[in-house]
Every structure is written in C-alpha cells, then in structure tokens.
Write a protein that binds this ligand. Structure first.
Ligand SMILES: Nc1nc2c(c(=O)[nH]1)N[C@H]1C(S)=C(S)[C@@H](COP(=O)(O)O)O[C@H]1N2
Ligand SMILES: [Mo]
Length: 283
C-alpha cells in the first residue's frame, strides 16, 4: 500500500523540519520550548497544567510516553513541524477558523473523562481514562494525514492499535461497524454553545469493523512524543492513515458497535463530497 507518485497538483506539506532535528530528542524538545524538566508537565502551558499534572491518568500517560519506540519516517516523507501540527487545525467544536482550535482550547480540561462502550457488545461498560489507557503500550507511527481541503501533514502520532481496544470490548458476532462520538459540552467546546452551532453535535464518525481492526488504525493519545494537545483531539482521537482527515474523530467519549452502517456527520451534511468510506484516492 501507500504508493505515492508526486505531481504538481499534490497537496503541499508545510515547511519541513530536517529529519535530524526530530531524531535528536533533546534537540526537538528544546525547539518546542521544553527542557527535560518540562516534559513532566508537557501541556503547552495551559493554565490547568499544574493542577492536572498530578492526575493518575496524566502520570500514567507521561510514563508510557517516556518509553515509546520511535516510529519510522518513510524515506520520501519529511515531518511537518510541531508548530503547524498544533496551530493549524480543523476542530469545529472550537470554531471553524484554522486558528480557533488552538486559541479557544487553552482552558480545555480533560479530567475527568470517560469512554462508553455500547451497542452490539456482550456487556456495555464505561472506561475511565486511566483504565482505558492502562493495558496498552504506546507506539509512534508517522502517517501522512490528508484533509479533503487539499492540505496534508506528516505527523508522528503516538497511540495504540484500535484492535487492541476492540478486543477488550467483546463485540458480538453480529457487529459489523464501529461508531464514534465526540464529547458534547458547551462549557468546554465554545462553538457548541447556543446560537453558535455550525454543524450538528455530537460529531460522529464510523468505520467498518474490519477497517477498525486493521493494525494501522490507531487510537491516538500523543503527538511528537507528548500528550495530545486539546486542539488535536485530547484525550483520545482516531487515526486511519488511508482515509481523509475528517474520519479521524477527536475527543472521543463513546464507541458503539452496530450491525448497520452508522450515519456520520459529514456524510449526512454533504454525502457527495464526504462518503462513509472516504479512502484517499492515490491519484
Ligand atoms: N470532533 C471533531 N473531530 C474532527 C474534526 C472536527 O471538527 N471535530 N475535524 C476533522 C477534520 S476535517 C480534520 S482534517 C482533522 C484535523 O485534525 P488535526 O487538527 O489534528 O490536523 O480532524 C477531524 N476530526
Ligand atoms: Mo479535514
């Protein structure tokens, strides 16, 4: 898979970070304004950082991030700088502008957070963030991430295969699809506030079960070796490298197994541009 023939019409990646900059961990931490000491509270200076850094989930995440294996950067790819990955975002819950997510998520708090596992499973249950993360070793994967708006980024995501979570969910034999939902909470997502909505909430996405079980499909909890910033979908988002960006739903609170293909947000709003499958067209 992933055969790319470069053409002038290709989406341009942002200015590139020399690969050596990323491979030297110390160097990129310094570039990102974090010394080794800063790593323990690497939450991008959010006011809640000091308070939240003591949460069991955050200390568990920091521990796991400390032993992540470096991902492999494909020979023909260069990483998009951290600054672009975290400052140019699509996250309508924070507003429709590309800078809205970073600006409007400064006070976003993750704890407490739980994820409901429901639908066609042996027994529905709820996972607190800490239990959700506990059994999984984290790995880094460098994926090219494409938005239908014709920009793309090459990003070192940190997470674990969704299939390992699905194994914990005990889906019934009849389950054919997985549906994901983003949190609805206008106190945390300002653009969900009364009179300010742009799209119907919650943001919903879905995958066919076999796609969800693919080893490349990730539950992402970090980026560039650090905790996932709010604007990128904290505390957990999906990443499916062969699908357009809108499939990779952020800030997930509910995972539901179903027999029928779920109705997803963009497919409902504009099904001709955003199909359920939305596989990246290699042409
Ligand atoms: N909940 C939610 N998830 C979302 C979106 C959104 O608006 N809300 N935007 C999607 C789109 S269109 C893209 S391109 C990616 C952007 O991810 P990034 O900001 O980490 O680059 O998130 C996707 N996931
Ligand atoms: Mo997108």
């Amino acid at each position: 898979m992933h055969i790319r023939i470069k053409k002038p019409s290709d989406p341009k990646s942002f200015e590139i970070t020399p690969e050596t900059t990323y491979w030297s961990r110390r160097e990129w931490l310094e570039k990102a304004g974090l010394g080794m000491a800063g790593l323990a509270v690497a939450t991008l200076g959010a006011p809640a950082a000091a308070q939240e850094s003591v949460s069991p989930w955050r200390s568990m995440l920091q521990d796991k991030l400390g032993s992540v294996q470096r991902g492999i950067i494909p020979a023909d790819e260069t990483l998009t700088p951290f600054e672009d990955v975290t400052r140019y975002n699509n996250f309508y819950e924070f507003g429709t502008g590309k800078n809205d997510p970073v600006l409007n998520s400064r006070d976003f708090r993750v704890d407490p957070w739980s994820i409901d596992i429901t639908g066609a499973v042996k027994r529905p249950f709820t996972l607190q963030l800490e239990e959700f993360l506990k059994p999984h070793a984290l790995e880094e994967r460098v994926y090219r991430f494409r938005c239908v708006e014709a920009w793309s980024m090459v990003v070192p995501w940190v997470g674990f295969p969704l299939k390992d979570l699905i194994a914990r969910c005990d889906p019934l034999g009849s389950a054919k699809y997985v549906r994901f939902e983003t949190l609805v909470d206008p106190s945390r997502f300002p653009a969900q506030g009364f009179g300010r909505s742009t799209i119907p909430w919650p943001y919903v996405e879905g995958l066919r079960l076999d796609e969800a079980m693919h080893p490349l499909t990730l539950m992402v909890v970090g980026v560039y070796g650090k905790e996932l910033p709010a604007q990128n979908g904290a505390p957990v988002r999906l990443m499916v490298p062969w699908k357009y960006g809108f499939k990779s739903i952020k800030s997930i609170v509910r995972i539901e197994f179903s027999e029928r293909q779920p109705a997803t947000t963009w497919q409902r709003l504009a099904s001709s541009e955003y199909g359920f499958y939305a596989n990246v067209n290699p042409e």
